[in-house]
Design a protein around this ligand. Structure first.
Ligand code: A2P
Length: 337
C-alpha cells in the first residue's frame, strides 16, 4: 500500500541513497520503478526483500507512477520531468533544471513547506530540490534569519566529491591510492589532481566571475526565503572529502543577536545539531556529518570586525548526499502523501 515510485538515476550516488532513506523513514510504497541509462538496463537490485530490474529511462517510464524522484542530471530532468508530470506523476527533481522556474516550488521541508501547498502524489507537477550547499547553509541560517533578519551573507564552501556524483568519489579514492603508491594520478572527472589538493568549484563560470554553484547560493536562497533584497556572496571550493560539505558563513543582521540567542534558536530548529565545544576545540567536521540526517553547526561567535551585535560567524557541516540531496527529496515526497 502506498504510491508507486519511480527513481530516475537509481545507479548513482544519490539514487542509491534515496533507497536507503526510503527504508530509514519507513516510506510507504506499492512499487518502485528503478530507472537509469541504457547502459544499466537489466542490472538487478534487491531492496527490502524484493528484486528489481533496472529499466532504461524513456518517455513511457512514468505511466501509472505517483511520485518520481529524479537524480540523473539536469539534461535528463529537462527532457523527462515534464513528461512524467504530464502523465500525472508528481516529480521531485534533484537537478538544477527547474529550480528557478517560476511556479516550480523550491523546497526545504523544515523551511518553506508552504511553497508546495496543494501538491499531491499522482497529481503531476514538479517540485525542485535546492542545491546541496544552499540546503546545508539555509538549515543553519534560517533560524537566525527568523530571529534577527539577515541583511548580508558571505559563504565560503568546502565541498565534497559526492556532489559531482559516484564517479567523482571513485576518482578521489583512486587518486589518493595512486599518490600514496607514487603513481601518476588518473584524471577523468576533474581537470585537476583532486587528492591532496583543492580547487575552485568545477561548475561553469558565469559572466560576472562567479561560478554557477556560487550563483545558485545567491538565487536559490532568495527564492526559498521569498526575499529579493538579501545581499549574498560566496566562494565555492571543492575539497578532497568524500560526502559531506563544510561551509564558513558570515552573517550581518538587521537586528541585534547574541551568541546565546543564536545557539538557542539553532538548538530548537529541527534537523540541526550543535557541536560547539570551545574548551576542547571541538566543532563540526565533515566526518561528523557523513551519513547523518542533521546539519551540524559550530564556531558560533560574534563577528569582532563589527562594533555592534549585528554580526555572527558560523561553521556548518552537512552530508551532501543526504540532507543535500536524497533526504531532502524524500522529505518533500513525504509532504506529497
Ligand atoms: P547510469 O549508471 O546508467 O549511467 P551520479 O550523479 O552518481 O553520476 O549518477 C547519475 C545517474 O544518472 C546514474 O544513475 C546514471 O545512470 C543516470 N543517467 C545518466 N545518464 C542517463 C540517461 N541518459 N538516461 C537515464 N539515466 C541516466
Amino acid at each position: 500500500n502506498g504510491p508507486k515510485i519511480a527513481i530516475a538515476g537509481i545507479t548513482g550516488a544519490v539514487g542509491q541513497e534515496m533507497l536507503k532513506v526510503l527504508t530509514e523513514r519507513n516510506f510507504p510504497y506499492s512499487d518502485i520503478k528503478m530507472l537509469a541509462s541504457a547502459r544499466s538496463a537489466g542490472r538487478k537490485y534487491t531492496f527490502e526483500g524484493a528484486e528489481y530490474t533496472v529499466e532504461e529511462l524513456t518517455e513511457k517510464s512514468f505511466e501509472g507512477c505517483d511520485i518520481a524522484l529524479f537524480s540523473a542530471g539536469g539534461s535528463i530532468s529537462k527532457k523527462y520531468a515534464p513528461v512524467a508530470a504530464a502523465a500525472g506523476c508528481t516529480v521531485v527533481d534533484n537537478s538544477s533544471a527547474f529550480r528557478m522556474t517560476e511556479g516550480v516550488p523550491l523546497v526545504v521541508p523544515e523551511i518553506n513547506p508552504q511553497a508546495m501547498e496543494g501538491m499531491k502524489a499522482g497529481k503531476g507537477g514538479i517540485i525542485a530540490n535546492p542545491n546541496c550547499s544552499t540546503i546545508i547553509a539555509l538549515m543553519a541560517v534560517t533560524p537566525l534569519h527568523r530571529l534577527a533578519k539577515v541583511k548580508r551573507m558571505v559563504v565560503s564552501t568546502y565541498q565534497a566529491a559526492s556532489g559531482a556524483g559516484q564517479a567523482a568519489m571513485e576518482e578521489l579514492e583512486q587518486q589518493t591510492r595512486e599518490v600514496l603508491e607514487g603513481q601518476p594520478v588518473t584524471m577523468n572527472i576533474f581537470p585537476f589532481q583532486y587528492a591532496f589538493n583543492l580547487f575552485s568549484h568545477n561548475s561553469p563560470m558565469t559572466d560576472n566571475g562567479y561560478n554557477e554553484e556560487e550563483m545558485k547560493l545567491v538565487k536559490e536562497t532568495r527564492k526559498i526565503w521569498g526575499e529579493t533584497d538579501i545581499a549574498i556572496t560566496g566562494t565555492c571550493i571543492r575539497v578532497p572529502v568524500m560526502r559531506a560539505h563544510a561551509e564558513s558563513i558570515n552573517l550581518e543582521f538587521e537586528n541585534d543577536i547574541s551568541e546565546e540567542e543564536a545557539l538557542k534558536a539553532l538548538e530548537a530548529f529541527p534537523g540541526v545539531s550543535i557541536i560547539n565545544d570551545r574548551a576542547n576545540n571541538r566543532f563540526p567536521t565533515p566526518l561528523d556529518a557523513s551519513t547523518k540526517d542533521d546539519v551540524y553547526v559550530g564556531r558560533v561567535r560574534r563577528d569582532i570586525s563589527r562594533g555592534d551585535n549585528k554580526g555572527l560567524d558560523l561553521f556548518v557541516c552537512g552530508d551532501q548526499i543526504k540532507k543535500g540531496a536524497a533526504l531532502n527529496a524524500v522529505q518533500i515526497a513525504e509532504l506529497l502523501l
